[in-house]
Write a protein that binds this ligand. Sequence first.
Ligand code: ARG
Length: 621
Amino acid sequence: MSQNHARTTRPNDLATRLSAGFSSAITAALGQSAAQTDPTIKAAANPKFGDFQANFAMGLAKSLGKNPREVAQQVVDAAPQSLRDDCEPFEIAGPGFVNIRLRPETIAAALAAMDAPTLGVSNGAGAHTVAVDLCGVNVAKQMHVGHLRATIIGDTIARLFERLGWKVFRQNHLGDWGLPIAMTLAALRRAKVDLNRVTLNDLNRAYRNAQEQGRDDEAGLAAAEATGAGPHRLAELQAQHVGAAAAIADAHDTLRRLQSGDPAVVADWQRLIDVTMQEVYETAQLLGVDLKPEHNRGESFFRDRLAPTVDAFVQANLAVRDAGALVVRFEGRERPLLIQKSDGTSLYATTDLAAARYRIQDLGADLVVYCVDARQRDHFKDVFDALRLIGWTTHADGTAASLVHVPFGAVLGADKRPLKTRSGENFTLKALLDEAIARGRREVHARAASPDAPTASLNHTELDAIGQAVGIAAIKYADLASDVGRDYVFDLDRMVSFEGDTGPYAQYAHARIAGILAKAAAKGLGRGAIAITEPEERALALNLLRYPGTVEDAAAQLAPNRLAAFIYELANTFNAFYQACPVLRGSDEATCASRLQLCALTQRVLADALSIMGITAPLRM
Ligand code: ARG
């Protein structure tokens, strides 16, 4: 798949270097026929046995009919000089594992190479283009917790690719076109609501009422008739149904006027978008998400491309009539893709076909990533297949673009059911964030009350700002750290905790290092060349060196949780290092300088990794 473009060759990556060294050793020892063998370099499970392990000998010996330990020995004896220079003498263990321990100088040199502004993350080499479909709110609807995921997962994936130097197009596929909006608009206009004074809450209520009027009564009437409800109930429902029919007719009329550009209707429609987006932008800013007006590519953007889209499918003989509607059929699949209704209007899928074509052919995307709810899995499967059938996934130069749906799971309440308020409503995102910020602030204020806290001297406003950063980090990190496809339970107590695999824990590790470096600066202590002597230094260093590869893997796999796992591990290895290795006191000058340098590099990597999640790293906590 094309997102593998995110993987590059990393000469400074130790595993990559070992892999190359062992490959040549295998060929040198066993000849060309073994040249394709993967040396299978893995991080060692237990540092007692080394830093890495190579497991090639067992499989190779089997195919050669030889003893695995002998094969391992033969390969090790043929190791090229560069590999010998990098490592301590190799050790063959168990059935034929090769235990690899790097020489301290090798680790120190790799760290020195990483200690650049890029932190070793490749940037721009052979850059590709990605379009990331994120957020996707609907006009006049309140953002709820589902949009949290579409927004922050999308933003993090966009940032991962930006960090790797790709050209990134954020695409907010706003629901801003079609009958649902026309219904809301028509209802507001009928009620003569002053659209200059409405809030998103008002719109949300109007939206819901309009939806209920248009839809449910019809079902209610059918149900009442079927169950033989009394005459009074039936008459009441019939009256409502007439009202619903009128409302729907009005909505159709409003939609027609909107589509034909009636200035008054268009102005009101634009107003609905503005009211909605104002809150979306505010929320995005609060969340540290890069989402701005220029990222809007709502459904309305594609309105003039819908008819040509349908025509193209008809011309290509890919769309057939089915009870007046137009559908695309797929081999071996019962479910067709509806691209035009029998009344001639197009659908959600039609817009997605047009949007994908735009992203691939106009924006030049090699990869299009859709951060959308897992419940839309079938929709995207069908849309992607239809795009392949018509050939719109191929660029003019013949290269193929990849389309990937990142189907995220639901956010659950403590009862393991989709998160709802006590009255059974969807939690608005705003309410959730306000609660998290309040919790973050409480925590930070409480800590600052202790006289030796690093934050003890800060004023109320400063503590509030840190508390807000903590609350937002808590929510974002918990979301991004869980496997994207899985549901997770929203547990604010766990999320804001300063212990465990949480955002505040990672932020705290960062702030702790910032405190150490500030103290060192005050004492006039300098940094110097890194020397690796203690096992905890080695563990920290090896973790730091995994950073560039982690960024590439997280992007290639579209898996922000890989980055979170790295951050947690790094915070843990740092804390273990700091406990075992005195930095400011009780170490000679060179050791102190080396350890301060390790601290500084760790701080930068933590801040950089958190920034890919759009999480700020305060200097004091
Ligand atoms: N507005 C849609 C919804 O709320 C999400 C849009 C997702 N993106 C897309 N290209 N279909 O379900």
